[in-house]
Design a protein around this ligand. Structure first.
Ligand SMILES: [Zn+2]
Length: 102
Protein backbone atom coordinates (compact mmCIF):
# COMPACT_ATOMS: atom_id res chain seq x y z
CA UNK A 1 0.00 0.00 0.00
CA UNK A 2 1.50 3.29 -1.07
CA UNK A 3 2.17 5.89 1.54
CA UNK A 4 0.35 9.18 0.98
CA UNK A 5 -2.15 7.71 -1.43
CA UNK A 6 -5.62 8.62 -0.24
CA UNK A 7 -7.50 5.35 -0.47
CA UNK A 8 -11.29 5.35 -0.30
CA UNK A 9 -11.20 3.49 3.02
CA UNK A 10 -8.97 6.25 4.41
CA UNK A 11 -11.79 8.71 3.80
CA UNK A 12 -14.20 6.34 5.51
CA UNK A 13 -11.86 6.02 8.50
CA UNK A 14 -11.56 9.83 8.69
CA UNK A 15 -15.34 10.16 8.53
CA UNK A 16 -15.70 7.59 11.31
CA UNK A 17 -13.17 9.49 13.44
CA UNK A 18 -15.05 12.74 12.81
CA UNK A 19 -18.28 11.01 13.77
CA UNK A 20 -16.68 9.71 16.97
CA UNK A 21 -15.24 13.12 17.88
CA UNK A 22 -18.20 15.33 17.08
CA UNK A 23 -20.95 12.78 17.35
CA UNK A 24 -23.82 12.35 14.87
CA UNK A 25 -25.79 15.18 16.46
CA UNK A 26 -23.10 17.77 15.87
CA UNK A 27 -22.48 16.94 12.22
CA UNK A 28 -25.22 19.31 10.94
CA UNK A 29 -23.71 22.11 13.03
CA UNK A 30 -20.29 21.32 11.66
CA UNK A 31 -21.69 21.35 8.12
CA UNK A 32 -23.47 24.64 8.82
CA UNK A 33 -20.32 26.20 10.19
CA UNK A 34 -18.36 25.09 7.15
CA UNK A 35 -21.17 26.28 4.87
CA UNK A 36 -21.31 29.70 6.55
CA UNK A 37 -17.55 30.03 6.27
CA UNK A 38 -17.64 29.18 2.58
CA UNK A 39 -20.60 31.55 2.07
CA UNK A 40 -18.82 34.42 3.80
CA UNK A 41 -15.69 33.69 1.85
CA UNK A 42 -17.58 33.70 -1.46
CA UNK A 43 -19.36 36.91 -0.45
CA UNK A 44 -16.06 38.57 0.38
CA UNK A 45 -14.56 37.40 -2.88
CA UNK A 46 -17.52 38.57 -4.95
CA UNK A 47 -17.63 41.94 -3.14
CA UNK A 48 -13.99 42.63 -3.73
CA UNK A 49 -14.00 43.25 -7.51
CA UNK A 50 -17.08 45.50 -7.31
CA UNK A 51 -15.60 47.93 -4.80
CA UNK A 52 -12.27 48.00 -6.58
CA UNK A 53 -14.01 48.60 -9.91
CA UNK A 54 -15.75 51.62 -8.40
CA UNK A 55 -12.43 52.92 -7.15
CA UNK A 56 -10.93 52.91 -10.61
CA UNK A 57 -10.87 56.54 -11.76
CA UNK A 58 -12.45 57.27 -15.07
CA UNK A 59 -9.63 58.17 -17.36
CA UNK A 60 -10.77 60.63 -20.01
CA UNK A 61 -9.93 59.67 -23.51
CA UNK A 62 -6.69 61.25 -24.51
CA UNK A 63 -7.25 63.89 -27.17
CA UNK A 64 -5.91 62.92 -30.52
CA UNK A 65 -3.07 65.32 -30.99
CA UNK A 66 -2.18 65.68 -34.61
CA UNK A 67 1.52 66.31 -34.46
CA UNK A 68 2.21 68.48 -37.48
CA UNK A 69 5.53 67.48 -38.94
CA UNK A 70 7.92 70.35 -39.47
CA UNK A 71 7.98 71.55 -43.07
CA UNK A 72 10.43 69.28 -44.76
CA UNK A 73 10.49 71.31 -47.92
CA UNK A 74 11.50 74.86 -48.54
CA UNK A 75 12.00 77.06 -51.48
CA UNK A 76 15.31 77.81 -53.07
CA UNK A 77 16.19 81.42 -52.45
CA UNK A 78 17.57 81.73 -55.97
CA UNK A 79 15.41 79.66 -58.32
CA UNK A 80 12.44 79.23 -55.99
CA UNK A 81 12.22 75.53 -56.60
CA UNK A 82 11.22 73.32 -53.72
CA UNK A 83 14.09 71.51 -52.10
CA UNK A 84 14.51 69.52 -48.92
CA UNK A 85 14.98 71.78 -45.93
CA UNK A 86 18.02 69.84 -44.85
CA UNK A 87 19.85 70.36 -48.12
CA UNK A 88 22.50 73.00 -47.92
CA UNK A 89 22.69 73.42 -51.71
CA UNK A 90 19.89 73.67 -54.21
CA UNK A 91 19.66 70.62 -56.40
CA UNK A 92 18.46 72.67 -59.36
CA UNK A 93 20.72 75.69 -59.42
CA UNK A 94 23.40 74.74 -56.91
CA UNK A 95 22.93 77.91 -54.86
CA UNK A 96 23.93 77.61 -51.24
CA UNK A 97 20.98 77.62 -48.91
CA UNK A 98 20.79 78.97 -45.43
CA UNK A 99 20.36 76.01 -43.16
CA UNK A 100 17.69 76.83 -40.62
CA UNK A 101 19.03 76.68 -37.11
CA UNK A 102 17.10 73.87 -35.50
ZN1 LIG B 1 17.89 76.78 -56.72
Amino acid sequence: MGVGVLQPWHVIVILVIVLVIFGPGKLPMLGKAVGDTVKDFKKAVSDEPESSADAVPVVPAAPVVAVAPPPAMRECSTCHKPLPATDRFCGACGAQQQVPVA
